[in-house]
Write a protein that binds this ligand. Structure first.
Ligand SMILES: O=c1ccn([C@@H]2O[C@H](COP(=O)(O)OP(=O)(O)O[C@H]3O[C@H](CO)[C@@H](O)[C@H](O)[C@H]3O)[C@@H](O)[C@H]2O)c(=O)[nH]1
Ligand SMILES: [Mn+2]
Length: 732
């Protein structure tokens, strides 16, 4: 059996230690039931103070328990995948499917062209037959600077690709590689080549950065490519014709690198934009790419990456097609999702951007429950499935028989004929954005599209290799991080509250356990109410002298203490087990709280406003660059405020409110120390104290710091006022 026929191309393994987890879950369940029992049997009577506060607290706890149930559900059966690329290569090397890679960018100022082309070069350099690889850049910024950078990249690729193969370069983003690689000293000839390529890269980068800084193209460069003419009439980034330029035509026998090997096709596309037409953000860009690419290379498999997510592993394409080409399971697979990982994380991850727990526990959990969601960047799809095909048993593909449709037209003809496919009017009265391509109208186009694909019967796969497939740029300020989570939680909740909800669209189409698992993400936003309640009301009640928890000497304290302690210990264990630090966990707890108090709250509010017809969802693009002093503080893990935003006002107000309540509450129990009043308030004091402890960076930002990243004065004044007002009202 020379080609191992019959052996699978991937295996699936279950997580270990599931019994322990189940034991933990049962214990928490018992604890929670006891807490409920206490709440129900101790409701203050009608004439007693704090009856409503008590009931509210009980409702919050009910919500937390329900949500905890979802998180537990997600964790019940995590699975892990492993591929066999050697078997794949033996069996199918000559029959590999063609792949189209879509890179999306939208704004040359916050997504610098030099970064974008690094991503483009990294995916051009995949360890895959170049004639089967096509790379498309969608530029929603319609920027001549990005186009210029692409032109530079197309030239540099002729040196970079052979260099990668020769030196087995990893990662294949030149910037990332040269940042860390050490010069090979072995052979002088090799060392010389290495240094010269590095120099060529740096020169190119300098040219791109100078041009970007300048903001325009010199006459000299302008003459170098016909594509620049497109910008002669360009009115603005929101109002222009389609620009389509095939920079490298993979079919052209002359399109070869310096070693004479063929190159992947490289295409630049800025779809048409007109003010009177909605462009539907990334989903619109992806759909335009889907149509245009179908005429140019028509790859069977599509990989999408964000412009900041370079390929960190040159074998990812091979990994992904192991799933699609597997004889037993492959025909069921609709998409293969890689985790989103980031290269710019700091040791203790102040903004909790690593997504480690999501990547290592929750997504494998979803995979075990029926398939991970589509989370955007780093996902491989089969083209026809992305375009709306339903699953049926007959979908088996014979990869060895597939013949590739040859495109005959010349570049100039293709460029002209494809333009209409990216025009504003093309989608009118079609199924694009509904049944075809990525869905419109939702800030998380990825989640909703992936769910629809699963509901059409396709399986999805989560693949998290040791050497990460993609590395991107995580937000570097608190506000960016909160805004990003607002978009996510808002979009997720929008899906939950629509007819695309897993319980409606997924009813009988995806397993019930997957419907519940989806809700874990889709209900992020809904956590805001219970959390805000828990942050505000027990503290105000402490100030006012209303006790909401059992006395410390009462045995009803035990279930509370048990649940809090075991639950947090588990969370800490999980966090540290997957590579986090203790301080990182503490930061994660803080971000957990802040997201719930602001991002989720605004995401929730915006959903209600949208349902009432007052607002439309938007897509705020995350910046991938920051000023020097901001980056400096990020590296030192100092929390960045610096801007005035309602989100900060909420955070600061609640931090101050807790500080005031803590002081007021302490004074109350000290005044009454001989009556043992403190016993009745111990848990509330502890809760309030914890909140103060976790909010320390906010007090620093408000009162102690003098740098540009401290809290703006306007936020400080407002929050002091609001906090005093709230305390006064509660005492009144
Ligand atoms: O009108 C737009 C807006 C955005 N983008 C691109 O979309 C990508 C994602 O935008 P980013 O601001 O980086 O958002 P993130 O929150 O980091 O993105 C995550 O979440 C998005 C959904 O909210 C998914 O689309 C992404 O794939 C996923 O990585 C970037 O490449 C953008 O250039 C466009 O092409 N057109
Ligand atoms: Mn991003």
């Amino acid at each position: 059996m020379g080609d191992n026929n019959g052996l699978p191309l991937f295996v699936t393994k279950s997580a270990k230690g599931r019994i322990l987890f189940q034991l933990y879950a049962i214990l928490i369940c018992v604890g929670v039931c006891l807490i409920f029992l206490y709440r129900l049997s101790h409701i203050p009577r009608r004439e007693e103070a704090g009856r409503w506060a008590w009931i509210g607290l009980f409702l919050s706890e009910l919500w937390f328990s329900f949500y905890w149930f979802l998180t537990t559900f997600v964790r019940l059966n995590p699975i892990y995948r492993y591929t066999f690329k050697d078997r794949l290569s033996l069996r199918y090397e000559k029959f590999f499917p063609s792949i189209d890679i879509f890179v999306c960018t939208a704004d040359p100022t916050i997504e610098p062209p030099a970064m974008v082309i690094n991503t483009v070069l990294s995916v051009m350099a995949y360890d895959y037959p170049p004639e089967k690889l096509s790379v498309y850049l969608s530029d929603d910024g319609g920027s001549v600077l990005t186009f210029y950078a692409m032109l530079e990249a197309s030239r540099f690729s002729k040196i970079w690709l052979p260099f990668c193969k020769k030196f087995k370069v990893e990662p294949r983003s030149p910037e990332a590689y040269f940042r860390t690689a050490v010069e090979p000293l072995g052979e002088p000839a090799m060392a010389k080549e290495w240094t010269s390529v590095k120099k060529l890269y740096e020169d190119m980068k300098k040219r791109i950065e100078t041009t970007t800084k300048l903001g325009l193209i010199s006459e000299e460069i302008y003459q170098e490519h016909k594509g620049f003419k497109e910008w002669t009439w360009l009115a603005s980034k929101r109002d222009h014709q389609t620009i389509l330029q095939i920079l490298i035509d993979g079919r052209d026998p002359n399109a070869v690198d310096i070693e004479g090997q063929s190159l992947p096709t490289l295409v630049y596309l800025a779809r048409e934009k007109r003010p009177q037409y909605h462009h539907n953000f990334k989903a619109g860009a992806m759909n335009a790419l889907l149509r245009v690419s179908s005429k140019i290379s028509d790859g069977l498999i599509i990989l999408n990456v964000d412009c900041d997510m370079y390929s960190n592993n040159s074998e990812s394409v091979r990994d992904a097609i192991c799933f699609f080409m597997d004889e037993e399971e492959g025909h069921k697979v609709g998409f293969v999702q890689f985790p989103q990982t980031f290269e710019n994380l700091t040791k203790n991850d102040v903004y909790s951007s690593s997504l480690n727990v999501i990547n290592e526990v929750e997504l494998p959990g979803l995979d075990g429950n029926g398939g991970p969601c589509y989370i955007g960047s780093g996902c491989f799809h089969r083209r026809e499935i992305l375009c709306g095909k339903n699953y049926s048993k007959e979908c088996k593909v014979d990869w060895k028989r597939l013949t590739k449709r040859e495109v005959e037209q010349s570049i100039s003809v293709l460029e002209e004929t494809c333009k209409v496919l990216a025009s504003c009017t093309y989608e009118e009265n079609t199924q694009w954005g509904k049944e075809m391509g990525l869905k419109y109208g939702c800030p998380v186009e990825d989640i909703i599209t992936g769910l629809a694909i699963q509901c059409r019967g396709w399986r999805s796969i989560y693949f998290n290799p040791k050497r990460k497939g993609f590395l991107g740029v995580a937000p570097t300020t608190l506000l960016q991080s909160l805004v990003q989570h607002k978009r996510w939680s808002e979009g997720d909740f929008q899906i939950f509250a629509s007819r695309y909800s897993p319980f409606v669209m997924g009813y009988k189409k995806i397993p019930l356990k997957l419907q519940f698992s989806y809700c874990y993400f889709l209900l992020w936003a809904a956590n805001c109410l219970a959390t805000l309640y828990y942050v505000v009301v027990p503290s105000l009640c402490l100030l006012r002298g209303i006790s909401l928890f059992p006395e410390i000497s009462n045995s009803w304290v035990l279930p509370f203490a048990f649940v809090i302690f075991v639950h947090r210990a588990y969370s800490l264990g999980e966090f540290v087990f997957f590579g986090g630090t203790l301080q990182g966990w503490w930061n994660d707890q803080r971000m957990w709280l802040y997201k719930r108090m602001t991002s989720y709250f605004f995401g929730f509010l915006d959903n209600i406003l949208r349902l009432l017809g007052f607002s439309k969802s938007a897509f705020v693009i995350t910046a991938k660059v920051a000023d020097d002093d901001v980056s400096q503080r990020y590296k030192q893990e100092i929390m960045e405020f610096g801007a005035s935003s309602p989100m900060f006002t909420i955070l600061a107000t609640l931090a101050l409110l807790n500080a005031f309540c803590f002081i007021g509450g302490l004074m109350r129990v000290i005044a009454d120390v001989e009556n043992l009043v403190w016993e009745r308030f111990t848990l509330q004091i502890l809760l309030c104290g914890m909140l103060i402890f976790i909010n320390l960076p906010i007090y620093q930002g408000l009162f102690l710091r003098k740098d540009n990243g401290s809290m703006p004065t306007s936020v400080t004044c407002q929050s002091i006022m609001f906090a005093i007002l709230a305390c006064a009202l509660s005492l009144y």
